[in-house]
Every structure is written in structure tokens, then in C-alpha cells.
Design a protein around this ligand. Structure first.
Ligand code: NAG
Ligand code: NAG
Ligand code: NAG
Ligand code: NAG
Ligand code: NAG
Length: 883
């Protein structure tokens, strides 16, 4: 019973200790450039751009063209120096390790008297150095010297070139980023500037102990009939010099009814050569002790606390990890599509869908890019992560794809996704490039994959791993002029994603699917030797689709797919957001140098303009041309993505399309991009629209090439819709009173899309004088948004006139979860299209971009700080569309 006693005497046990080396009164960090001309106090964790801003040496990096003006920073060599005191006691431990959770990227580390500790070159890796004999009592000096990432990439490229050399010139970016294990977007992307960052971007600390510590915990949950088995693996680590560990590993899982399930085992084993040991404990959990974890929209994302302790026998020293886990199954089903769709064109090939807890669920969501262009801020700025993930949750998203050109996000990010029920499609950090495969490169990649899978594996939110972003299609499509060396690049591709990365993932995380690329044809790509003849085959896997030429508001534009993992269209951010990047009014013109500088997509503005003028009237001589262009670009983007997303949701009925993740959720600067949320957090019209086009229940009409209208009923619920009434109101653009109303019966199975048996003939009316409104009334369906068909382009409609709009803010202020909620009453005297509310007061409208067909509607505004209702009322500015 010795071990039991140990377990109960937890309070008397000392923890394996940590000496935090973050900036503080006790640890003074400074930074200096190579020749000493630039220096100042540093913040650690942090980075050089942040420090130079704080020191006043450079200004706001996102202002105007500061991305280019500050580029000298990335060519210099920067040394970070820490001075800190250590006591004799601190040195007494058997093991003394210096741990860097993240160094960005190529650096040398020196501790005291010029003794080198090591060289590092992967920002995605935790580095642990034995400093037992290098640390001294009294003052210690730690130097971390970062090489210019631009030069480091250049040097490696001269030995191990891999295409492409550089990003397109319009990005104002840098070359050979594929040579570095660094956030690939930090050398510029089509939606972002280059900030080739350096710095100690995650915590740094000294670990000291006599026994061992738990470095990682992986958890493996399996259904056993109605019950569950949980296998907890503790990845225990000690010094390479320690060959044996002796202690107790224990786990405690809190389940329903405040019950605690506990189990322990004696650990008395030899360590591997690297000083590590993996020990596991299995628990059997009766099904009635837990509730399942569900993605957003399908149920509650229930989490349970798991405590894992390792107690060293001799010294009663303890190391612990406290995590939250969930019980759910997730699989990707790739089975003959004919089983769902019969012996038809659609039934050729394989399905590709996520089955969660045994149910096929349509995945609605978006793509996540880093939350900040500076990785240290992406890591530490929790408020921004909260806001973005909550915004995704609020608009019915169930999945985000963490895209392969960014970073493996912070623990905090995945914890938040676990809590909100947002599933994560996790790319490994390889994007839009061929990659070198020289042995040193593969070695650091191996470390990176091992560590990140071990770190993230326990999160119930992670649904799938994918080897890279678009590298299969890039090689097949010769995006980077690789065709003459196809065989070489193909072999290297297989070496990296199939021979190196895959076995690591499948060993550490056998429950999750590893997709070699994203997009790909899934197992069909594998059958075809990993580079499929057509990776965009609509009969297999996932696809990315961008088309800036076809009419993006037309449902007949879009191709079939089993799963749309990227698609999108650009818009401009609001004037308010643009003004945070420039105070020069001359910049706010479409043809200004500023506008040109910020647009990285070649011909980007002309694509926006073409879509916009295809649908709306905009006079280039209008004195508010730029303001209207911005607003109309957001209408155009929102309508395009509404159209495309509904096509994919309708596609569940006849193609078994089972996912729609649009590009992209968020932004890193104030510039035209594909995002639905602007840098700074303002929602574009697209994000408001997402709430509607991702609604669990939606009537979704489709105007065919023949002008007939098909009507689908989309039902993402576990219960069928029966005895529904679908109401179609036909409006004259001149009036709030419908000129005709028809009702049709409707139904849909659970978790399905169904084409309704509705034969509508409305072309007795002149198409340019009318529009159609669809609404649903069904037993058990609490709410379902209205939907619309505008039969002709808006620029051709007749009868829509300038409305009179009265806005009043009610005096009663409601309190909801630390937020204040205001009711905004809106009165109109005619139809209003895309009524848009904006205010300079910090907060946000819960709904916006209204299509107003009733004389009065209400909107809600929420904020954290009290504002007098009449002040809010007078601050509200409105916009809408009228010819
Ligand atoms: C030091 O380096 C900076 C940046 O590389 C350079 O502009 C400056 O001229 C150098 N100063 C001296 C004294 O060499
Ligand atoms: C640490 O870096 C500083 C600044 O570059 C330098 O003056 C000092 O000599 C370095 N110390 C060691 C031990 O390398
Ligand atoms: C599927 O259809 C094709 C073409 O009509 C036919 O040749 C084939 O036998 C059918 N297969 C099955 C399994 O029905
Ligand atoms: C729409 O209203 C206008 C103005 O009242 C009228 O001239 C037109 O005929 C109406 N169109 C239809 C289709 O009802
Ligand atoms: C708006 O109000 C003005 C002035 O009262 C009126 O002339 C106009 O017809 C109104 N507009 C609409 C759409 O009713």
C-alpha cells in the first residue's frame, strides 16, 4: 500500500521546480543588433519586431508600407541576453535543464563564459538543454543569437534548393522560406505582409529535479460496446545521464456526479538512451459515467478533468499534467459512393465525410490563418483568439482548418476549441511549396512532428491530420515549374509526407486519420502513388475551388465536390479598419500606392470590380466611389460565399457533399483579402451571412439555368423535419406587402438535404420587378432564417427606391454574461437591401446586413462598457444598396 499512501500525501510533496526566465524583476532581458547600433530592453517571450516597436525604434509595423521599410530588421543578427541569479540550492538537483518552448528560428545559444549550449533551427520544436555543469551560483548570463532568417534561408537554398525560389514580386516578400522550419507566411502571402520574425516566441525556463518529469500526455479513448476504455500514456523524461527511474504514475479522471476514477502503477524501469520512458495506464469507464463530446450545433462539447501525476519514489517529488479530455469518435469515411448514390455519375468513386460518434455530420466552417503576423503575439494574445473562436462558434461553425502555412497553434487555442466544440482539421506546417529532404532537414521535421502530435493529441477538437497544404496539386499542376524534374520532386514528396511524417503520426496517434495532402483524393491519391492524376476529382476527397471569372452569385457556376475545404473571394476591409493603417486620406482610393501595396493578389481589384459591376451599379465618378467600392465588395463577397456554400449544402442531396470550409476566417493586416473578419476583429458582411448560410435548418432555393427554381430543405439536426410549410412570398421591389404568397409542404430526413417537390411558376411577373422570399414553419423547428432569390442582377431591378430609415435605441439595457445588450429598433418605409449598421463605439451587432421586408425590425448591439442609449443611437451610421 506504499503507493496509496503516496497518492494521498500529495500535499506534502514538492513539485519538480521551474525557474521562470521570462522578463521580470529577477530576469533582465536585453536585445542588441550585430554591430551594437540598435539595442534596448527586451520582453521574453517576445520577438524583435515587438521589442523594436516598444523601444520606439520602429513605429506601428502595420502602418502604410512599414512592412517594407522595416525589412532591414530581418537582415541583421540579433542577440538576446538574459541576466539572472541562481542560488547554490538550485544547483543541487540531479537534473538541471534549460527549456525553450519555442525559438524563432535559426539561433545559437551560449551560457556563461562563452560555453555554447547548442544551435537550433526549428521554431515548432521545444528545445531542452542539459545545463547542470554550465549554470553557476550567482549571476548567470544567457545569450541567444538569431541569424537573419532571410540569410539562413538563402544559405540553405544554395545547398538544397527546392522550388519555388520566391513569392511573386507583388507580395514584397522574401525567398526560400521552404528552407526554414518557420511560419511559412512570415515571408509574405497573398493575404499578408512579410515580417521575417526572430525571437524567443514562447516561454523559457529552467527545470530542476532529481527524478523525472512528465513531458507529454497522450490519451486514447475507445468505445467498448456501451462503455469506454481510456489509455493514458505518460511520456516521462529525465536526463540522458540518468539510466533508471523509480516512482509512481497515477491518473485521476473526474466523471459525472463528481466521481473520481483513479488508478496508479509502479514505474521502476530503465530509460531509453535519450532519457525517456513511456508508461501507460488503462481505465475502463462505464458509459453512464460520461457524456459524449459533440461539435458545435450537434450537442454539448462535454469535457472531463484528467490529472496525471508522476511521483519520484525516493524524494517524493512530483510532476503533474492537468488536462481536459472528451469522449467522442471521429472517422473519415471513404467508402464506395454508389452505396449512397447508386449506379450514377455521382456514385462513382468514394465518399469523403466525417462521422462523429457514429453520425455522418456535414462540416460547416472556415480556414484559420495565424491570428497575428508576429508569432509571439499569435501565441500570447488570448483576447484575439477568444474573439475569433467565439465568432466562429456564433455563426454555426463546427470545424476550422488550421492551415499549413501558419503555426501549430497554442495550447490555449486548442483548449478553447475543445470548449466551444470546434473541430480542427490540422495541417502540418508545409504549404504551397516543394520541400528539401536532406537528412538534417528530415531530422528536424521528425522532431517537430513527434513533439506537436504529442502536445496536441489529447484534444478532442482535433479531427484529422493533413501532411501539407496544396503540395500535391502544386506538383501535379506544375505550379512552380517542377514538371521537368517531376520524378525527383515526386520521390521527395513521398519521402517527406509518406515515409517520414506518416509513420510518426500513425504510431503516436493511431486513432486519427492522416491525410497526405489537403486537398487530395484521400485513399485514391494513395492508390495512384500519392500524386493523383487529378487531385481535384469531384468523386474523391476534398477540393479547393477559386474562380474569379465566372459569375460568383450564380449557383450553376460551382463544380461538384465531396468536401470543399477551401473556396473564397476577396473583399476590402471597412474604412474604419483601413484608417487604422493610414491617416492619409489620399491613401483611401482604389488606385493609390497604398491600395496597390496592400493588394497581393495579382489583378485582385479587377476581379472584385468585375463581380461587383456584374451585379451592382457603381459610378466611378461618384464622390463616394471608394467608400461604396468597399461596401459593395463586401456585399459581393458575402453573396458569392452564400451562393457557393448553399450549393455545397444542397450537394449533400445528390453528390453527398459533406463539408464547406471557406477561405478564410481571419486577417493579419488591413488589406483586401478573403477573410470574413477584419484585422482588429470587425465582422465583414460575410461573417454575418455565415450565420445564416450555416444555419442548422435552412430553406435553400436554387435558380437553374432554365430559370426554374429548385428548393432544397437543409436539415443538420438529428431529427427529421416533417409537416413543414415552406412559404414563398413574391414581392414587388416597390412595396413591403407581398404581391403573391404560395405555400408548399416540405420535409427532410435527419442530417440531410432534400430537394423539395415544389413546382413554382412565377414568370408571369416581370423578373426585374420582383424578388422571392422563402421562409419555413415546421413543428419542432424554433427558427430558420429567411432566404431569397433575386431573379436578375441587382443593377437591372426596377422599383427599389431610396428608403426612409428611422433608428432608435431602446432605453432598457439588458445584461448578458458580463456584456450589455441594446435593442436597436429600425423602421423603414420600403424594401431595403443589405441594410448595414456601423458604429465607432466598441462592441458589435449580433445580426447585420438585413434584407428588410417588414416595416419594423430589431437588431441587437452588445458591448462591455456602458454607453447611454441615445449616444449609441446617434453614433449609428447606415449603408444599404440602391441603384
Ligand atoms: C550597424 O548596422 C546597421 C544595420 O545593419 C547599419 O545601418 C549601420 O551603419 C551599422 N553601424 C556601424 C557603425 O557600422
Ligand atoms: C552575449 O552577448 C552580448 C551582446 O552581443 C555580448 O556582449 C557578450 O559578450 C555575449 N556573451 C557571451 C558569453 O557570449
Ligand atoms: C451500372 O451501370 C452500368 C451502365 O448502365 C452497367 O453496365 C452496370 O452493369 C451497372 N452496374 C450495376 C452494379 O448495376
Ligand atoms: C410593381 O409595382 C409597380 C408600381 O406600383 C407597378 O407599376 C408594377 O406593375 C408592379 N409590378 C408587378 C410585377 O407587380
Ligand atoms: C421618404 O420621406 C419623404 C419625405 O417624407 C417622402 O417624400 C418619400 O416618399 C419617402 N420615401 C419613401 C420610400 O416612402
Amino acid at each position: 500500500m506504499r503507493t496509496f499512501v503516496l497518492f494521498c500525501s500529495v500535499l506534502t510533496i514538492i513539485n519538480a521546480e521551474i525557474i521562470d526566465l521570462s522578463s521580470s524583476d529577477n530576469v533582465i532581458w536585453t536585445f542588441v543588433s550585430k554591430n551594437g547600433s540598435m539595442k534596448g530592453p527586451a520582453t521574453v517571450p517576445g520577438g524583435v519586431y515587438s521589442d523594436l516597436q516598444k523601444a520606439g525604434i520602429i513605429g506601428d509595423i502595420l502602418n502604410r508600407d512599414n512592412d517594407v521599410l522595416t525589412r532591414w530588421v530581418a537582415f541583421d543578427t540579433w542577440t538576446y541576453t538574459a541576466k539572472f541569479q541562481v542560488s547554490i540550492d538550485d544547483l543541487a538537483s540531479r537534473v538541471v535543464h534549460l527549456v525553450f518552448d519555442g525559438l524563432d528560428t535559426t539561433a545559437f545559444i551560449v551560457l556563461n563564459d562563452h560555453s555554447p549550449i547548442g544551435a537550433v533551427n526549428n521554431m515548432f520544436v521545444k528545445y531542452v538543454f542539459d545545463i547542470k555543469n554550465k549554470l553557476k551560483a550567482g549571476e548567470n548570463v544567457l545569450n541567444v543569437t538569431f541569424l537573419s532568417p532571410i540569410m539562413a534561408a538563402q544559405i540553405r537554398s544554395s545547398r538544397a534548393f527546392a522550388a519555388p525560389a520566391c513569392v511573386p514580386p507583388g507580395y514584397n516578400g522574401e525567398c526560400h522560406v521552404n528552407q526554414l522550419r518557420k511560419m511559412q507566411a512570415s515571408f509574405a502571402w497573398d493575404w499578408g505582409p512579410a515580417f521575417p520574425s526572430v525571437g524567443i516566441w514562447k516561454p523559457v525556463y529552467i527545470e530542476k529535479y532529481d527524478g523525472a518529469v512528465i513531458r507529454w500526455v497522450t490519451t486514447h479513448t475507445k468505445r467498448v460496446g456501451v462503455d469506454w476504455s481510456l489509455t493514458v500514456q505518460a511520456h516521462i523524461e529525465t536526463s540522458k545521464k540518468v539510466t533508471k527511474i523509480d516512482g509512481v504514475l497515477s491518473i485521476a479522471l473526474q466523471v459525472e456526479g463528481k466521481q473520481m476514477l483513479k488508478k496508479w502503477k509502479q514505474v521502476n524501469v530503465e530509460t531509453k538512451a535519450d532519457g525517456t520512458v513511456v508508461e501507460e495506464i488503462e481505465l475502463l469507464i462505464s458509459g453512464n459515467m460520461i457524456r459524449l463530446w459533440w461539435p458545435n450545433g450537434y450537442g454539448e462539447p462535454t469535457l472531463y478533468d484528467l490529472h496525471v501525476h508522476y511521483t519520484t519514489a525516493s524524494k517524493k517529488e512530483e510532476s503533474r499534467k492537468d488536462i481536459k479530455i472528451g469522449f467522442r469518435t471521429v472517422e473519415i469515411v471513404e467508402s464506395p459512393a454508389s452505396e449512397k448514390l447508386g449506379n450514377t455519375t455521382a456514385g462513382k468513386g468514394l465518399t469523403f465525410y466525417f462521422k462523429v460518434n457514429g453520425y455522418p455530420l456535414f462540416m460547416k466552417g472556415s480556414n484559420w490563418i495565424p491570428s497575428n503576423i508576429l508569432p509571439e503575439l499569435g501565441e500570447s494574445d488570448k483576447a484575439t483568439i477568444d474573439n475569433l473562436l467565439t465568432a466562429a462558434y456564433d455563426v454555426n461553425m463546427a470545424m476550422l482548418r488550421v492551415w499549413g502555412g501558419g503555426v501549430y497553434e497554442s495550447d490555449y487555442f486548442y483548449e478553447k476549441c475543445d470548449q466551444l466544440g470546434i473541430l480542427i482539421w490540422q495541417d502540418f506546417m508545409f504549404a504551397c511549396s516543394m520541400y528539401p529532404v536532406d537528412p538534417p532537414f528530415l531530422n528536424v521535421v521528425t522532431q517537430e512532428i513527434e513533439q506537436n502530435v504529442l502536445r496536441l493529441q489529447h484534444h478532442p477538437s482535433i479531427a484529422v491530420w493533413a501532411g501539407n497544404n496544396e503540395n500535391e496539386v502544386a506538383l501535379r499542376g506544375n505550379w512552380y515549374g517542377t514538371s521537368k524534374d517531376f520524378k525527383k520532386y515526386e520521390a521527395e514528396y513521398i519521402k517527406l509526407y509518406v515515409d517520414t511524417i506518416r509513420p510518426i503520426v500513425e504510431t503516436l496517434d493511431p486513432e486519427r486519420r492522416y491525410l497526405v495532402s489537403s486537398p487530395s483524393n484521400g485513399i485514391e491519391s494513395e492508390r495512384e502513388g500519392y500524386i493523383a492524376s487529378n487531385p481535384y476529382d469531384p468523386h474523391y476527397g476534398d477540393t479547393h475551388y477559386y474562380n474569379y471569372f465566372a459569375d460568383n452569385w450564380n449557383m450553376n457556376t460551382y463544380p461538384k465536390t465531396r468536401f470543399a475545404s477551401e473556396y473564397g473571394f476577396q473583399s476590402l476591409p471597412s474604412i474604419r479598419t483601413l484608417k487604422t493603417a493610414t491617416s492619409n486620406p489620399d491613401d483611401l482610393k482604389l488606385n493609390s500606392k497604398f491600395s496597390e501595396h496592400r493588394q497581393h493578389s495579382p489583378n485582385g481589384y479587377s476581379y472584385i470590380e468585375n463581380q461587383l459591376t456584374g451585379h451592382m451599379k457603381l459610378d466611378v465618378n461618384d464622390f463616394k466611389y471608394f467608400e461604396k467600392f468597399v461596401f459593395y465588395s463586401q456585399i459581393s463577397q458575402a453573396m458569392a460565399l452564400k451562393t457557393e456554400t448553399e450549393v455545397y449544402r444542397q450537394g449533400q442531396a445528390d453528390w453527398y457533399t459533406m463539408g464547406a470550409l471557406y477561405w478564410q476566417l481571419n486577417d493579419v493586416w488591413q488589406a483586401p483579402s478573403w477573410s470574413g473578419i477584419e484585422y482588429g476583429g470587425r465582422w465583414k458582411m460575410l461573417h454575418y451571412f455565415a450565420k445564416t448560410f450555416f444555419a442548422p435548418v435552412l430553406v435553400s432555393p436554387r435558380q437553374l439555368v432554365s430559370d426554374d427554381i429548385d428548393v432544397y430543405l437543409l436539415n443538420d439536426r438529428f431529427v427529421p423535419i416533417i409537416d413543414a410549410v415552406i412559404t414563398v412570398d413574391i414581392y414587388n421591389w416597390t412595396s413591403l406587402t407581398p404581391i403573391n404568397t404560395k405555400q408548399f409542404p416540405g420535409d427532410a430526413d435527419a442530417l440531410s438535404a432534400k430537394l423539395q417537390d415544389i413546382d413554382m411558376n412565377y414568370w408571369d411577373y416581370k423578373k426585374e420587378q420582383i424578388f422571392l422570399k422563402f421562409s419555413l414553419d415546421a413543428p419542432g423547428v424554433k427558427s430558420s432564417p429567411n432566404n431569397y432569390v433575386f431573379p436578375v442582377p441587382l443593377k437591372s431591378i426596377v422599383g427599389l427606391i431610396k428608403p426612409n430609415i428611422t433608428i432608435t435605441v431602446a432605453n432598457i439595457v439588458m445584461r448578458r454574461k458580463e456584456k450589455l445588450e441594446y435593442t436597436v429598433n429600425i423602421e423603414v418605409d420600403t424594401i431595403v437591401l443589405f441594410l448595414w449598421l456601423e458604429t465607432g463605439i466598441k462592441g458589435n451587432f449580433i445580426d447585420n446586413a438585413f434584407i428588410v421586408t417588414e416595416p419594423t425590425i430589431t437588431a441587437k448591439f452588445v458591448c462591455s462598457k456602458y454607453v447611454a442609449p441615445r449616444d449609441l443611437q446617434s453614433s449609428i451610421e447606415i449603408q444599404y444598396y440602391v441603384n
